[in-house]
Design a protein around this ligand. Structure first.
Ligand SMILES: *[C@@H]1O[C@H](CO)[C@@H](O)[C@H](O)[C@H]1NC(C)=O
Ligand SMILES: *[C@@H]1O[C@H](CO)[C@@H](O)[C@H](O)[C@H]1NC(C)=O
Length: 469
């Protein structure tokens, strides 16, 4: 028991001494390598050799792409690796310590800048106060998390079926390629820890190394360009904006099946028109105001408003025709006289005899065919020879009866004519209604094809390496 305790104490003491030695070594090492260190001097012993800085960007999250401001906000982990020739030591002298952490503020750092930074200078200059890790060979690893707000040209022509490519352009601000040579560690950015975004699908993050030459100086300036390709998730817009719009058009087209003289059709169209206008205003709120190209959703709404407007005009025309008081023009009457009379709903008479040119002559002819002939009456009067009596009773009765009958016939015929005229106009209105409905339908289908063809065409050839989407 006593022995065990003694051994334990001894072990603890040894461990303590070990730890002391280690932290002592760490402190000594820091002291030794940082005492004569000048963090403003690029850490190379031969100044004609560049410092090779290798970089990698890990995209953690898309915080948002503001279409109006044209700014992409993202969370990035920037990793930089380079060799600092003044930060090397012999591990044997320091208890085999071959890796230490130093605050990044204590050593030289490459002044990598986010060139297309859309925020203040401070966030553009990548310099967070994280520690760097240094190996005994002087190999420095600096990891820093940043929230980047970068400008990104947003092309809203295909909104909400658009995809966007935003760059992250990184490079040294003051050192040219002969001093800091910038390289990518891989062909693409790291997206292994990407957090899914609700509005955007991340397609790729491609890396490109570019050499730029400026008029000031002959040296090349290396840049790294990360192209973040995003595809908008259209479901939200499809369900909240596109489908209601389509439903409105169907409602308006369905209104053509209401009776041709129903004024409620105009109310229906005007209501839908108002609803569409409100929806359009909501859509426009999220669009860049000064964008040159009209978005797909804008086209959809403008077309829908045009279709509903034309439908309203068509409805006015149809109601006007159907409630028409004017006489039926000859050519229309002729066209409809060819149709079987039962279709028109007349009781056996051909419509032409009731047309606008039907005269009282026809009625006389009909009266005569029914046996009420004034001349025949006259013959009877002469045959019986009533002398100079001006109006024989038979003839007077005959005449009265004939007049009465004529008036009745006239009245009846006029009523029938009126009814028939209305029926013809209604039929004309119905025909025009169906023609207009057909035209509206064809127009809608054509518009849908014209609007959605570019969307389908573009979605078939998304090229994340081009910035011209
Ligand atoms: C410095 O580096 C350059 C290019 O690598 C080389 O030509 C030159 O000899 C070096 N100078 C010294 C003093 O090592
Ligand atoms: C860096 O990016 C380029 C494309 O610009 C690529 O060809 C190259 O292979 C990348 N470098 C590495 C080390 O992957």
């Amino acid at each position: 028991m006593r022995m065990t305790l003694a051994w334990s104490v001894l072990f603890l003491v040894v461990l303590h001494v070990q730890l002391m030695a280690c932290s002592l070594a760490n402190a000594n090492l820091r002291q030794d390598i940082l005492s004569s260190y000048d963090k403003n001097v690029r850490p190379v012993k031969n100044f004609s050799r560049p410092t090779e800085v290798r970089m990698d960007v890990s995209l953690r999250q898309i915080l948002g792409l503001a279409e109006r401001e044209q700014v992409l906000t993202s969370l990035l982990w920037i990793r930089m690796y380079w060799t600092d020739e003044y930060l090397s030591w012999n591990p044997v002298q320091y208890d085999d310590l071959d890796n230490i952490r130093i605050p990044s503020a204590d050593i030289w750092l490459p002044d990598i800048f986010l060139y297309n930074n859309a925020d203040t200078w401070q966030t553009g200059e990548l310099a967070t106060n994280t520690d760097v890790s240094v190996t005994s060979e002087g190999y420095v690893t600096w990891l820093q998390p940043i929230t980047a707000r970068t400008s990104c040209k947003v092309h809203t022509g295909l909104f909400p079926f658009d995809s966007q490519v935003c760059d992250l352009l990184l490079g040294s601000w003051s050192y040219d390629g002969t001093e800091i040579d910038l390289y990518n560690t891989s062909e693409s950015g790291d997206i292994s820890s990407f957090v899914e975004n609700g509005e955007w699908d991340l397609l790729t993050v491609a890396a490109q190394r570019e050499l730029n030459y400026y008029s000031c100086c002959p040296e090349p300036w290396p840049n790294l360009r990360y192209l973040v390709a995003l595809q908008r998730r259209a479901d939200y817009y499809l369900f909240t904006f596109v489908l209601p719009c389509m439903a409105s058009i169907f409602v308006v087209l369905g209104g053509f099946f209401l009776p041709t003289n129903a004024a409620v059709r105009i109310q229906l169209n005007v209501t839908v028109l108002l609803a569409l206008t409100v929806f359009l205003m909501m859509v426009q709120e999220s669009m860049p105001t000064s964008s040159g190209d009209v978005s797909v959703i804008g086209e959809i709404y403008t077309t829908a408003i045009a279709i509903v407007g034309l439908s309203t005009l068509a409805t006015v025309l149809v109601i006007n025709l159907s409630e028409n008081d004017r006489p039926v023009p000859a050519w229309i009457a002729r066209y409809f006289s060819d149709t079987p009379s039962k279709k028109i709903g007349d009781h056996g008479a051909t419509p032409s005899s009731y047309g606008p040119h039907a005269t009282n002559g026809d009625l006389h002819a009909q009266a005569q065919s029914n046996g009420y002939d004034s001349e025949a009456c006259g013959h009877v009067a002469h045959a019986k020879d009533y002398g100079n009596d001006a109006s024989p009773p038979c003839c007077r009765q005959c005449e009265n009866l004939r007049k009465l009958l004529g008036t009745m016939q006239n009245h009846y015929t006029n009523a029938a004519k009126e009814q028939l005229r209305r029926k013809i106009w209604k039929r004309v209105a119905l025909l025009v209604n169906h023609c207009l409905l057909f035209m509206m339908f064809i127009g809608t289908v054509t518009a849908v094809i014209f609007i959605f063809a570019p969307v389908i065409e573009k979605s078939n050839r998304i090229d994340p390496n081009s910035n011209n989407l």
